[in-house]
Design a binder for this molecule. Structure first.
Ligand code: I6G
Length: 677
């Protein structure tokens, strides 16, 4: 069939109209046509393209819809690492940022330095690659060095250009920005999901993240996502403008959406003004934000400033304070953990704060309740910042019928007596193996990732196996069979799943002594102590028979932990279970204690903080432990070194307070290279 010029014009017009309506709907949140009218235009275009395949183009709006699902995400190595931004939470921290700029730029009049101020959109950072003007690939940030290829989903985002709007495109262009779900789209999406009885998303950020990490692009295609560009990180075959502001306008001319709130100005007075204005208009913006981003406007100056600890020196995220709300404390329940510790959990009247609805808040221990002076019935202030766990920060008013929060007289699960430490801070259930809550928490700990790592044996199935009486203790896991699981008639359990569970358990039989000791869940024996025990004694037999005095010789083990370890191995029930584990075939490589005790970092305590761009923190921790270091979660004056990645928080400040040496990621890399780990 030959193609008439009228048909070509009609196709171009349909595409133009669809792009226009996409923009109105997804970006401006101001649609001009109904969904049915939009579908009509879309179907017209699709039909013509089906009849005349020669008219199909890669950038046609029809190309955005769905496509085949992928089986797994491919890993993408970022040619230019995806950095993160340093944060400022106060005017003083902002001044600090400026002072460092002044020192580095060696300028006398810092008040003349021009900034570009933008919004800190609360979405998901992604990277897009265009070759000769055509969208080629899109990836998540991942750990900054490698991300996941999510091109199939990104292609469905209506305002993300599939082809750059220029006759002379760069041969290579990498654009970075944020994928988000605008508030209006999120509300509509959740309202529809509720009607259909489907799962709701807690906030637009989770909705965006969940959407782009789907294997099936048909799912992402139905989600109202939008992309906002904020930088160019690679360019070939074209020249970038000289300033951040002009780069953004240049991207806009190519068809990218940029935020409406971008301004330039000089000095911190300009920055504070921008921040205050945006903070005041925050709730009226079409998307969630968690602050503003301030960048040195001139690209040549950015280049000169460079970066430190995977953060650009020329930019900072000036964050809004944590959001607070008030609500009423309705009751306090006590949850039983794996060591029997009772943790008070506040049940509050559901309240929307920091982007999510909160109804449960952990109170940690009785001390926290006393410190806050909490009573049931009180009106309390609840605070939540970003992904941070919500907290009750203060009592705002005592209710008329407020009542004291009392410790339960016995364990709320097994009714065994409770025991308290001297200060009455930690309260425990004495039920031990007779308390279902403790048994379940211990089983969950035993199979967890850092312990035996039984991938695929989630809490849901553990709970069912327990309930059906198939297991009581972790050792019982090794005597399960697929037939026994199937015979128990567990809802949702089929042959394949039962086989998978058995395979997951069998895989854990080859482990390490450190993991096994940690998995036992002995009080006071965390990951670090387990490693220290394994390296000091070399065999389970030696650990089992060590007395308190010997145990105290092990780095990291004090009087209290030594007592707990001895107590654990003196209980008949534990010894019987150890025999069962070994009889089931659990094994680990033999440890050369001579070698283990002469590792270069033996006796040292390290702390990792912030995001490492080239490896996960777990990997860095394992490597440090391999070299003999203890890796701790908090900084004290005993800490040997703190390694600070991007967006390092309070631990970096703690290190400075205690005068502890701080390393960046490069130094850590060099250490690993030097020791070949
Ligand atoms: O995470 C970010 C959010 C917004 C950014 C960013 C941004 O500019 C408006 N810019 C850069 C350079 C980086 N992250 C690394």
């Amino acid at each position: 069939m030959s193609v008439s010029s009228e048909l070509i014009t009609q196709v171009m017009s349909l595409r133009e109209q669809l792009r226009y309506h996409n923009h109105r709907y997804y970006v401006l949140d101001a649609p001009e046509v109904s969904d049915a009218q939009y579908d009509e235009l879309f179907q017209q275009l699709k039909k013509i393209e089906q009849n005349y395949p020669e008219l199909q183009t890669l950038d046609s709006p029809t190309q955005r819809v769905g496509g085949e699902a992928i089986s797994a995400f491919q890993t993408i190595v970022h040619t230019v690492p995806m950095l993160s931004l340093g944060n400022a939470f106060s005017s003083d921290e902002l001044k600090d940022f400026e002072r460092k700029l002044k020192d580095r730029l060696e300028t006398t009049d810092i008040s003349e330095l021009e900034y570009c101020a933008e919004l800190k959109l609360d979405g998901l950072a992604i990277s897009l690659i265009y070759e000769n003007g055509l969208f080629k690939q899109g990836a998540t940030r991942g750990d900054g060095a490698t991300g996941e290829d999510i091109s199939h989903n990104l292609k469905t985002i209506r305002n993300l250009p599939l082809q750059l709007n220029t006759l002379n495109p760069p041969t290579l262009l990498e654009v970075r920005g944020e994928v988000l779900m605008p508030k209006a789209g999120f509300d509509k999406f959740n309202a529809e999901a509720q009607l259909k009885g489907e799962r709701l998303f807690a906030n637009p950020r989770n909705a965006a993240a969940g959407s782009v990490r789907q294997l099936d692009p048909n799912i992402a295609a139905k989600r109202p996502l939008a992309f906002y560009a904020y930088s160019v990180t690679q360019i070939e075959g074209a020249i970038l403008p000289n300033t951040q502001y002009d780069v953004l306008q240049w991207l806009k001319s190519f068809g990218f959406t940029i935020s409406d709130d971008i301004k330039t100005g000089k000095g911190l007075a300009f920055v504070e003004g921008f921040y205050a204005d945006i903070q005041q208009r925050r709730s009226l913006l079409p998307y969630d934000i968690d602050g503003v981003v301030i960048k040195v406007n001139e690209l040549a100056k950015q280049q000169a400033l460079g970066m430190v600890s995977r953060e650009p020196r020329w930019a900072v995220a000036y964050k809004f304070p944590a959001q607070v709300a008030s609500t009423v404390l309705e009751s306090v329940d006590f949850q039983v953990g794996r060591t029997g510790a009772l943790t008070p959990v506040a049940r509050v009247k559901p309240v929307f704060v920091g982007g999510v609805t909160i109804s449960n808040i952990t109170l940690h221990n009785m001390d926290e309740i006393r410190r806050l002076g909490l009573h049931v019935g009180d009106t309390v202030e609840v605070c939540r910042a970003g992904d941070v766990i919500p907290k009750i920060t203060q009592v705002l008013a005592r209710g008329e019928s407020s009542s004291l929060i009392e410790l339960p007289a016995c364990c709320p699960v097994c009714q065994s007596p409770i025991v308290q430490d001297e200060k009455g801070v930690i309260v425990r259930c004495s039920g031990d193996v007779y308390c279902d809550a403790q048994v379940q928490r211990r089983l969950a700990h035993f199979v967890s990732r850092k312990a035996m790592n039984a991938d695929g044996l989630g809490e849901r199935w553990l709970e069912q196996l327990l309930e059906k009486g198939l297991i009581k203790h972790s050792a019982d896991l090794y005597y399960l069979t697929a037939e026994k699981i199937l015979a128990a008639n567990i809802e949702g359990m089929g042959e394949k799943l039962a086989d998978n569970i058995i395979a997951a358990i069998t895989k854990t039989k080859h482990t390490t002594l450190q993991r096994f000791i940690y998995a036992l869940g002995i009080r006071g024996v965390g990951e670090g102590t387990s490693l220290a025990l394994a390296q000091y004694f070399g065999t389970l037999e030696a650990i089992k028979s060590a007395d308190e005095e010997t145990l105290k010789q092990v780095p990291d083990i004090g009087e209290v932990s030594a007592k707990w370890i001895v107590a654990y191995f003196s209980q008949e029930i534990h010894l019987k279970q150890l025999e069962q584990f070994l009889a089931a075939g659990i094994t680990w490589p033999i440890i050369d204690i001579e070698q283990a005790q002469h590792q270069p970092l033996v006796g040292q305590s390290w702390v990792l903080t912030g995001t490492l761009s080239s490896m996960g923190r777990d990997v860095a921790k394992a490597k440090l432990q391999q070299l003999g270091a203890k890796v701790s979660g908090s900084v004290s004056k005993k800490t040997t070194i703190v390694v600070a990645g991007a967006e390092a928080g309070s631990k970096l400040a703690d290190a400075q307070k205690h005068g502890v040496t701080v390393w960046d990621e490069t130094q850590l890399h060099d250490l690993f290279a030097q020791h070949n780990v």
